[in-house]
Design a protein around this ligand. Structure first.
Ligand code: FES
Length: 174
């Protein structure tokens, strides 16, 4: 009898130990998953060539005066105006909508007969310099700084520059 009791006791303990181990194992897995998720969400997403970093967009000669080139992933338009280059942030300074370029709309500047920015949210309109020509926007489209190194254009999408009005000094000369 004593032996049977002892065996049952051992079996019971073994099951209890197994359940305890399984519980701690599951808790450990959940904890690791939580930590992993937190680390991934905190890891900086800014990388060379992506939005938030420095983007190489080609050479000066690739662009003509009056041209607008959209860099979708980098979230800006490269505008070549008579004074130089502007990298216009696509986020509307009014309430933050994405501002599309409308190549077939009447131009708001003298660089071409067609093309302007029309914000679909509340109707703000901008020209190739990012200047407000209509609607409720409180200031011109924001800029990203541009550097020209050896004829190559590099746009820093990590720095947003607000401006109260357009000034020639904002355009980076070729
Ligand atoms: S968000 Fe562009 S006009 Fe309001």
């Amino acid at each position: 009898m004593a032996t049977a009791t002892s065996t049952e006791g051992k079996r019971g303990l073994s099951r209890r130990n197994f359940l305890r181990l399984a519980w701690w194992g599951a808790a450990g897995v959940l904890l690791l998953e939580g930590l992993g998720g937190t680390l991934v969400s905190l890891w900086p997403r800014v990388k060379e060539g992506g939005f938030g970093g420095k983007i190489k967009v080609g050479r000066v000669d690739d662009y003509t005066v009056g041209s607008i080139t959209y860099f979708t992933d980098a979230r800006f338009y490269l505008s070549r105006v008579d004074d130089g280059f502007l990298a216009l942030y696509r986020k509307c300074p009014h309430l933050g909508c994405v501002v599309p370029w409308r190549a077939t709309e009447r131009s708001e500047d003298k660089l071409a007969s067609n093309g302007r920015f029309n914000c679909p949210c509340h109707g703000s309109i901008y020209d190739r310099y990012g200047r407000v020509t209509g609607g409720p926007a409180p200031r011109p489209m924001d800029l990203f700084p541009i550097k020209i190194e050896g004829g190559e254009l590099i746009v820093d999408t990590g720095t947003v520059v607000q401006r109260p009005a357009y000034d020639k000094s904002q355009a980076v000369k070729a």
